[in-house]
Structures are given as C-alpha cells and as structure tokens.
Design a protein around this ligand. Structure first.
Ligand code: GLC
Length: 570
C-alpha cells in the first residue's frame, strides 16, 4: 500500500486536538446497493468528511462477524467482513483518506471474540484443560453435577456471564465466560498466547497505515483469578456489573500491563512516515481521577470522557464536569476527549429534549454502570425534539471550543434524533432478546444515514433497496443534500465551527480561563482572543461590548437567549 501523507502528517502531536468522526460502517453509506453500508460507500463519502472539516475517521469494527453484536463479535481480526468489502478495499479507503489529509482509526475488540472465531471453535472441540480451551475462560460449574455457573457474574446484555457447553461425548460440560452476549466468549488474557496474538493484530493494522486504535471496553480484559462472586443485582438476580473498586472483571490491575505493551508497539512506529499512532480507550469509569490512570505517561494516549456524555444540560453541572475533566487530565499531561454521542447511546438531540437530560452524578454521586442502563432510563421519557436540537447545536459549539480532542458520531452533524419507535421485528441489538423483550437497546441511534431525496432509503445506497434498519418517513429535511449550503442548518453550523477550529489558533489543545458569570451561564476565554459563552438559563445574556461575533447556535440579535452558545473574538 502506498501512502500519500499530506504535510500535516509530520506533526507528532496531531492527536492532542483532532476532531474525530465515528463511522458505524453498517449504517454510514452503501456503495453496492444491498441495504448495508460498506467500504465502497465509505470511500465515496470521504469528500463529504473532508468538507465537513474533521481530522480523522474512526471506523467501528469492520471485521468478519456473524453480527450478534453489530460487529463487536469478531471472527477474524485481520480481515474485512465480505459485506463491507475486502482488505484491498480497506487499503484503498485508508490511502484515499490519507490523500485528503484524514487519519483513520479502527476499533480493536480485545475482551472477546465471536463464538464463530476458529480458535473458539477449536476450544469447543478440544477437551477440558487443553491448550485450545486455555485461550478462553473455561471453568467447571459448581454443584454436584456442575450445573451451577462458576460465579454469579452477570452479562452486560442480560442473564448470566457463563454459558455451559456440551462436550465431545455429548454430556453437559464446562462453562465459558462472556461478559457480553453468549456469542462473545472472553479471551483468557492470563495466557501469553493471547497476549502475543493481539500484539500481532495491533502490528497488522499499524503496518497497514492505521493511525489510531479505539480499544473496545479497555478496562475489561483482566479478570480476578480467584473468580469471586459479586454482590447480587436486585433487578436481575445475577452478580452486579456496577463498577465498584475491586470488581472482579472491571479495571483489574492486569489491564495496565496490556495497555503499556500496546503503547510500546505504537511508539515503535513513531519514526514512520505517518508519525504518531495513537490509542483511545473506551472505559466507562468514575470518578474522573480513576479514569485518567488510563492515560498516564506510557499508557494510552486518550480516553473517552463519558462524564461529558452523561452530564445533564445545566450550567452548574456542565461547568463542574468540565473543570474536573480538565484538572485530572492536566495532572497526567493528556488532552481531554469530549464526546456527546456514539453508537451505544440515545442520540444527543433526543437526550437533550427529555425532561431529564443526564445523570445528576456531579451533584449527588450517582453514576450509571453502563450505556445500556442509560438507554433504558431515557427511552420512556417524552421528547421535545426542537428543544433537543437547539441544545445539541449549543452543545456542539461548546464541545469544539473546549481544550482537547472532540468526537462526532455519524449523523450528529445532521441533528438526527434517536429513532425510538423502530418496529420490534427490526430490532437487532442482543439486549432485546437477552432482556426478554423489555429493553429495546441501541438500534435507535444506528439507523442508516439519510444522504438525499424525499423518502427512504434517502440515497443511503445507489438504488432503492431499503436499509437494514428502517428509516423514518419524516427525514427528508434532515438529509445531507437538504442541509448542504442552507444557512443555519445543523450541518452548516458544524462545518462553520470546524472550519473556524482549524483557522483559529486559540482552539484545539491548550487551556481555558473562566470568566465571572451567573451559575446558569458558562463563559470562558482561550488565548489568543477567543471567548465562548453558553446560556443555560432564562435570562438573556448580553454579548460583551468590543467582542465580535464569530458564530452562534441560535439567533442572538437581542443577546444570548436560553440554550444558546456563541463564539466571540475578543
Ligand atoms: C463497547 C461497544 C459496544 C459493544 C460492547 C461489546 O461498549 O461500544 O457497542 O456492544 O463494547 O463489545
């Protein structure tokens, strides 16, 4: 593969201020017209991403997968799912992205494989205690017949974290551990062969010019080898998945060694033409002091700051959250990573249009234990989409003004709402089945993007094939084509903000200084000469004299009204 790095690829610190766009490949753009997104569609869309003004594209898993969990069940880590294309298509995509000055991130899923992975199939066929079984976490059951799971651990998608297998002679046998769906058996990271396998996978992709790697559930690989029970979750009857300190499968000391090992591998590529290769860790963890251990020197580069995503839409909560995040990241000299949406969470437009917009964790210490509970909590609340969209616009200006790295989940730039009324027969998230049809799960934020046209499939693919998840009938005004060049559209606000972020030396990595303001107003400056004001309260805030307006998220002709952000030149 030949790379055509554009000149900014010489900048070793690029990752400290990037804007990264998340592509969920199944739902982004369909090049061959079969109703599923693919690499051809992604390549066609690179011009769109470059014109949006992002610096990098993170592609959610693109590997061969039975799709029990939308690709987070990987059956071959060094290939591309045939529905998406081939390794050559991926090489072309990376090359074309680099040619446009865009970095490419992939998603590494190290906690678990797919049960269709050949090594898991070999483990099933082999005997208890064999080297094949040692690649995964097999244990004998408890009780006289071994029919009680080895621990009471709960799986995140519901039910027990253990599944019993049938041995070669047809008798009920050992149990294997799966923190997510039964189709996602956990690797045994105590086994050096697993460690080496993943060293090779990381190198495989870095050799192919990948610039960044998002680590899926980066806090989960190591398990407490005493396999203790956890306190029982009163709701499920299984062991709780809540991440208390010392939980047997979250944030165990062993994960640090794994991170440091990968960091050393990535660092060994720093001298290559593409410069620094980086990691972003996905770990839902609180408090923030605990989270930033993951980006201490020599460990990973960045870690999603989900406190941002979970923070309610109010001046005091947002300010406290921003303050904490900036302080703890400064302590370890890592840039903060801001995120208001992803493929696991109720879309921001819908979330901010609810009577409850987040978790009051800052105020009262309450914290959700995982994203699924988040969706479950928000789904029944009514939504004011117009209000949510207004706030989401303000939230975007705030996010892009903050020091550090910003993520955009595909469709966020279009102001897409969560699709909360998908027909149940279309639901694919494993949670739907595993919860006995009580939790719909995350499909509502994964509906394929509307590109153009008046009705589904809205130009998602070249023909009229309907996409794998149905799109709403009222998205004609939200398509990329409908919003392009329309002053004031959600998309053009994003474009203008990202263009300014590139132009303005005050934005990106660095620090901020708070101005004096009422609790319901956030006002800060960044040097040289930049100010951002967000008004969460009822009182209109005047634009300070001698400040020049750069951008506003709503009409500010009579001052800054409620749920509005402005960028000013001081
Ligand atoms: C991460 C992914 C999520 C997936 C889970 C298991 O949280 O973001 O989509 O279901 O890990 O891999």
């Amino acid at each position: 593969m030949t790379h055509v790095p554009s000149p900014n690829f010489a900048d070793l610190d690029w990752w400290r201020r990037s804007v990264v766009y998340q592509v969920y490949p199944r739902s982004f753009h369909d090049g061959n017209g079969d109703g599923t997104g693919d690499l051809l569609g992604m390549s066609h869309a690179l011009g769109y991403l470059a014109s949006l003004g992002v610096d990098a594209v993170w592609v959610s898993p693109w590997y061969p997968s039975p799709m029990a969990d939308g690709g987070y069940d990987v059956s071959d880590y060094c290939d591309i799912d045939p529905r998406y294309g081939t390794l050559d298509d991926a090489a072309l995509f990376v090359n074309e992205a680099h040619g446009l000055g865009l970095r490419v991130f992939i998603d590494l899923v190290p906690n678990h494989a797919s049960s269709a992975h050949p090594l898991f199939q070999a483990a099933l066929a082999a005997a208890p205690g064999s080297p094949e079984r040692e690649m995964f976490i097999f244990r004998d059951g408890k009780g006289d017949d071994g029919d009680v799971p080895p621990t009471n651990w709960g799986a995140l998608f519901g039910g027990s974290a253990w599944e019993r297998v049938v041995e070669a002679d047809g008798t009920p046998g050992q149990w294997y551990c799966h923190m997510f769906a039964p189709e996602q058996p956990d690797w045994n990271w105590e086994n050096p062969a697993v460690v080496e396998l993943f060293d090779g996978i990381v190198r495989f992709w870095l050799d192919r010019g990948i610039d960044g790697i998002r680590i899926d559930v980066a806090d989960s690989m190591a398990k407490n080898q005493n396999f203790p029970d956890t306190p029982t979750d009163p709701k499920t009857g299984y062991g709780t998945t809540a991440k208390f300190q010392g939980h047997p499968y979250w944030d165990q000391p062993g994960v640090e060694q794994i991170h440091r090992r990968w960091r050393a591998i990535a660092d060994s590529y720093a001298g290559s033409r593409l410069g620094s290769r980086i990691f972003v860790s996905e770990a839902h963890m609180s408090p923030a002091e605990r989270l930033v251990r993951y980006v201490a020197p020599g460990r990973l580069h960045t870690t999603f700051n989900f406190d941002h995503l979970w923070c309610e839409w109010s001046g005091p909560s947002q300010r406290a959250m921003i303050d904490t995040i900036l302080r703890v990241h400064a302590d370890v000299d890592a840039p903060a990573t801001w995120v208001i949406g992803n493929h696991d969470t109720t879309r921001v437009v819908t979330r901010y249009g609810k009577p409850e917009t987040g978790w009051r964790f800052v105020a009262d210490g309450v914290h959700p234990d995982d994203a699924l509970k988040f969706a479950e909590y928000f789904a029944p609340l009514p939504t004011d989409v117009a209000l949510g969209r207004r706030r989401a616009r303000a939230a975007a200006l705030l996010e892009f003004a903050l020091p550090g790295v910003a993520y955009i989940y595909q469709g966020e730039e279009l102001g897409l709402p969560e699709v909360e009324d998908l027909p149940v027969e279309s639901l694919q998230d494993p949670t739907w089945e595993r919860s006995g049809h009580t939790i719909r799960g995350r499909d509502g934020c994964r509906v394929p993007l509307p590109w153009s046209g008046e009705r589904p499939p809205y130009g998602f693919g070249p023909g009229n094939e309907q996409p794998w998840l149905p799109q709403p009938a009222d998205w004609a005004d939200l398509t990329i084509a409908a919003q392009t060049g329309v002053p004031g559209s959600h998309l053009e606000l994003y474009r203008a903000a990202l263009a300014e972020r590139h132009r303005n030396p005050a934005l990106g990595d660095g620090t901020l200084t708070w101005d004096d303001s009422a609790p319901e107003v956030l006002s800060f400056t960044r040097e040289p000469g930049f100010r951002c004001i967000v008004n969460y309260g009822d009182e209109v805030v005047p634009i300070p004299g001698n400040n020049r307006l750069i951008l506003a998220s709503s009409d500010v002709s009579a001052g800054i009204p409620r749920d509005t952000a402005v960028w000013l030149s001081v």
